[in-house]
Design a protein around this ligand. Structure first.
Ligand SMILES: CC(C)(COP(=O)(O)OP(=O)(O)OC[C@H]1O[C@@H](n2cnc3c(N)ncnc32)[C@H](O)[C@@H]1OP(=O)(O)O)[C@@H](O)C(=O)NCCC(=O)NCCS
Length: 194
């Protein structure tokens, strides 16, 4: 589903402090380090992954699209802009026909609370609005995940739904909020968002 015109659906992105590299199989080791801490998975059904499994998954995801070609599956690994180990990942599942994208993001505990998550997801939203024509971003969040709820609220998302018992992991039920954000059409100055 590479969009017409030959443009890159998952290009490198940059913010004031961060470099977002298109995720590749070669990032498996860097992301295994991020995902090794169980705190990262407290409100997610995942657990610390094996590096080989991660490498295989990342290799498959290099297609940047779903097997049926209807969705863009976009993934970036986030690094400090100048130098340093991986801080986390931001991801978008884009449905171009609906002009909608589901977001996901995970950062390493050592990077929490410094605004990196908000900064990286903000850059992702600008890119999705400007290059993919996304008009609505959606995120599903465990109701106990206060950091993620704060991140979304800071970016202007509004809670639009509540799903009790949306999932069960590690023996506990997970209730979820749905958060949505309408994205403006790109402005003439190229600033699509904020
Ligand atoms: C959610 C997450 C990405 C936030 O990343 P981050 O880089 O710490 O985000 P920011 O620094 O931009 O902070 C966003 C808000 O969360 C708050 N926050 C950060 N860590 C927090 C924590 N452990 N507990 C409560 N609030 C926290 C920040 O203070 C900020 O709120 P503020 O605007 O009131 O100051 C990060 O906590 C994470 O990776 N968690 C594990 C994976 C996860 O749950 N992903 C989201 C799934 S929906």
């Amino acid at each position: 589903m590479r969009p017409a015109g030959g443009w890159d659906p998952n290009p490198p992105l940059q913010t004031a402090r961060l470099r977002l590299e298109p995720q590749r199989a070669g990032h498996a080791g860097a992301m295994q380090a991020v995902l090794a801490d169980p705190r990262v998975h407290a409100f997610l059904p995942s657990s610390p992954p094996d590096v080989e499994a991660l490498r295989e998954r990342f290799a498959r995801l290099e297609s940047r699209r779903s097997p049926d070609g209807r969705e863009g599956w976009l993934n970036w690994v986030v690094f400090p802009r100048l130098d340093g180990p991986a801080l986390g990942t931001v991801q978008a599942t884009v449905r171009p026909v609906a002009a909608e994208a589901d977001l996901a993001y995970v950062f390493a505990p050592h990077a929490w609370g410094q605004g990196y998550g908000t900064e990286a997801v903000g850059a992702l939203l600008s890119f999705l609005a400007g290059r993919w024509g996304v008009r609505e971003a959606v995120a599903q969040v465990d109701t106990r995940n206060h950091a993620s709820i704060r991140l979304l609220t800071r970016l202007g998302f509004r809670q639009t739904g509540f799903t009790p018992h949306a999932d069960t992991f590690r023996g506990e039920g997970s209730d979820e909020f749905t958060f949505r954000l309408l994205l403006a059409a790109p402005r003439a100055d190229g600033q699509a968002f904020r």
